[in-house]
Ligand binder design. Sequence first.
Ligand SMILES: [Zn+2]
Length: 430
Amino acid sequence: MNGIAANAAAEFKIDARRIADRLDAIYECGGRDDGTHARIAYSPEDRRGREVFSEFSRRLGLSLREDPAGNLIARREGRVREPAILIGSHLDTVEDGGKYDGAYGCVAALEVAEALAAADFVTEHPIEIIVFADEEGVRFGNGMYGSSAFSGGEMSAFHDDDLDAEGVGRREVLSAFGVDVSRSGEAVRSRAGVHAFIEPHVEQGNNLNRAGHSVGVVSSIAGVLREEITIRGEANHAGATMMKDRCDALATAAVCIAKLPDLVAAHGEKYSVATVGRIDVVPNAVNVIPGLCRFTLEVRDGDEAVMERIERAFWAELARAVSASGATAERRELARHAPARMNAWVRAKIGLACAACGYDYSTLPSGAFHDALQMAKRFPTGMIFVPSVGGVSHSRMEQTRPEDLKAGAEVLLRTILELDACEGETDESI
Ligand SMILES: [Zn+2]
């Protein structure tokens, strides 16, 4: 009997109360003396969060292990040993973060294991729940450590001597957490050993909330390009220099920056965003015309061509502004990450699951990075979003309604059953 047929017969119960209680338990273990809650990667609170997750897993009869990159893996056996269906997210948080970012994906996966266990249902494929190490990157400034290692990604961005805020090196911090950095690459999983990977996550934006949908099917994780633009004008006396004689670097920058929203509207797509998030002015004095203005431009979209279109439109605006003011401009690229498309087979299965569970859903890109970005480079990967009330995240105010937590877990369970009933992504057309 395949998974879908069995599903029709079996009674699977997703319990919203249990999901909320587990999220509370994990949140509480991040409580600190100053009243904030956080589980910064590799901190005592992070360890406590993992212990709470492990205890839930043990009660469900899941086997537990930590891989060489510090990813915590809870496994439920299937009829075959591999390939496994992976569900995962992270338990580390930002400073004073909320209850749902990361933790929801781990808890939703536990709820699936709970529902399967209660129905005495054995899947064809084993199910592994992965708590990825250091997704947020708060400790050392760059994240997705565990998922990068697991998916065989580039580890050169992670340096053994990266320092945290206390000046302690990555090697030492990870060693105290039981991870040998020189062996983290051994966490890589073979492509053949993985049937599919799903990451359930809160949206962290306002799209689902606004659409009134309980579930989102992620189409891609937006790429990002970042550059630093330096405009050189001429510093001069702010009182003695007539307006017509000025070459004001800040006024030149301001002309282009003010046009950015219009450029995105004209050249972007529905989910395109662009931001000037940092700006420095030299000499930054009340009575000196700015001689230099340096700022960052960041553009994100699910389609690289759209990102480049917005970038080019900004450059054209910049060229017009400098030629009008007599300033000069130079650009330096800081980062360029291509968008990660979610796997079409997995996406289709999530869509089917939404329909089977009776939920309207949005298909949307993720503006934020997730472990799925790394996992998509090697494995058939999909993401299920649930709404964030008001689009608030990375904040203690972060909230997702209980009925949406439940909807996400129901869709996750159904998706797992749909995937479990397939030989693999090549076995059927979508
Ligand atoms: Zn997250």
